[in-house]
Design a protein around this ligand. Structure first.
Ligand code: SAM
Length: 351
């Protein structure tokens, strides 16, 4: 197997590697390897996005969920969660504030909450679009039928985030109850693409039982799907889940993977996630300095922030939306990047 720097050179040219090569790249890398990769990733990101960082206003509108993912703090079986739902009016209030702060993308994220019918979602989306026609709407509400996805799209939703979580069937089954399957998750992603959404996928780094082989499969799956957005962040334990005692993921490996993903899909929108900011005070800055180009500050009302606790010690649960925006703006400026207001749609490559 060639040394890691040679593999990184190959990755930069070919935009992919074989499964075995990815496994080698991910196993036992040195700080020097990571720095070599990071520099290439940053150079690539700058070619496509200069020093600009897109921003998305995240509205966590419900923490009710019918699913029981073993890693997630808002899983159905966690009876210690105080459940909440935002009304359409609450959501519009978040948008109003966000619009004033310069956000031109709103992300509606939540657990899989059956209380919002497809008609309810369509009504919310239609009203958001009518009030803010220059804004993009991203949904992140889990696995739905083709028909439901089509309904939301026709109402005006532009993008959809659905992490595949892991591309390995056995690993998927260790993270989820039998009611959920990797096959359905993948089918949902294919459906979303077919309908015409800008699709985002991704995975947690260091989730329980994860191996380098699994990560190589994640990378190959992402290459094949060719998504517009790729969200990855370290796995972080939540005290009220079956995985409460599991080790958290590694920040360095997450950053290394962000750089790999940047070289694989140079024009992708890759967020420096909240989980990255939670694992290290400068995690999001490091994310951008490894090739990420999106940040997603929270626009949810402060009264509900702490209730959307996917993992312990989640950051920014006490700050007003405006504070989050200014804070991130300053943080990015400090490392030489500029937060911009543009919608930041995915621009396909010419070749
Ligand atoms: N229900 C929707 C779905 O399944 O896509 C969206 C909400 S879900 C809570 C959003 C993401 O949070 C998941 O895709 C998962 O990767 C991440 N997440 C959940 N628990 C986590 C944990 N303990 N550590 C890090 N990320 C976590």
């Amino acid at each position: 197997m060639p040394d890691k720097k040679k593999l990184i050179d190959t990755l930069e040219i070919q935009r992919t590697l074989t499964r075995e090569e990815f496994i080698h790249l991910l196993t036992g890398f040195t700080e020097e390897d990571a720095e070599y990769l990071r520099e290439k990733a940053v150079k690539t990101a700058k070619q496509y996005f200069d020093n600009k960082v897109y921003t998305r206003g995240l509205i966590e509108f419900t923490n009710n969920c019918k699913n029981d993912c073993y890693y997630c703090g808002i899983r159905k079986s966690n009876t210690n969660v105080t459940r909440y739902r935002l009304t359409k009016e609450d959501i519009l209030e978040c948008c109003k504030e966000g619009y004033g702060l310069g956000f031109r993308t709103f992300v509606l994220q939540g657990g899989e909450d059956l209380r919002y019918s497809d008609d309810d979602m369509a009504d919310i989306i239609l009203t958001m679009k009518a009030n803010y026609p220059d804004c993009a709407i991203t949904l992140s509400i889990g696995e739905k039928s083709y028909k439901s996805y089509l309904t939301y799209f026709k109402a005006g939703a532009d993008r959809y985030l659905l992490r595949h979580e892991t591309a390995n069937k056995e690993h998927y089954e260790k993270l989820h109850p039998a009611s959920l399957s990797l096959e359905n998750r993948k089918q949902c992603l294919r459906n979303l693409k077919e309908i015409g959404y800008q699709v985002g996928t991704g995975f947690m780094v260091g989730s329980p039982y994860q191996t380098a082989e699994h990560l190589a499969e994640d990378l190959l799956f992402i290459k094949e799907l060719s998504p517009a957005m790729i969200g990855i962040g370290p796995y972080l334990p939540h005290h009220d889940t079956p995985f409460a005692d599991r080790e958290k993921g590694s920040m360095d490996l997450t950053l290394y993977l962000i750089s790999i993903l940047r070289l694989m899909i140079p024009n992708a929108l890759i967020p420096a996630t909240t989980a990255l900011g939670t694992i290290h005070p400068l995690g999001r800055e490091k994310g951008v300095l490894s090739g990420a180009n999106v940040v997603m500050p929270n626009l949810s009302p402060v009264t509900v922030r702490k209730k959307y606790e996917l993992y312990d010690n989640k950051i920014c649960t006490g700050d007003e939306a405006a504070e989050c925006r200014v804070c991130l703006q300053n943080r990015m400026k400090k490392v030489g990047y500029e937060i911009i207001s543009a919608r930041g749609d995915f621009v396909p490559m010419e070749d």
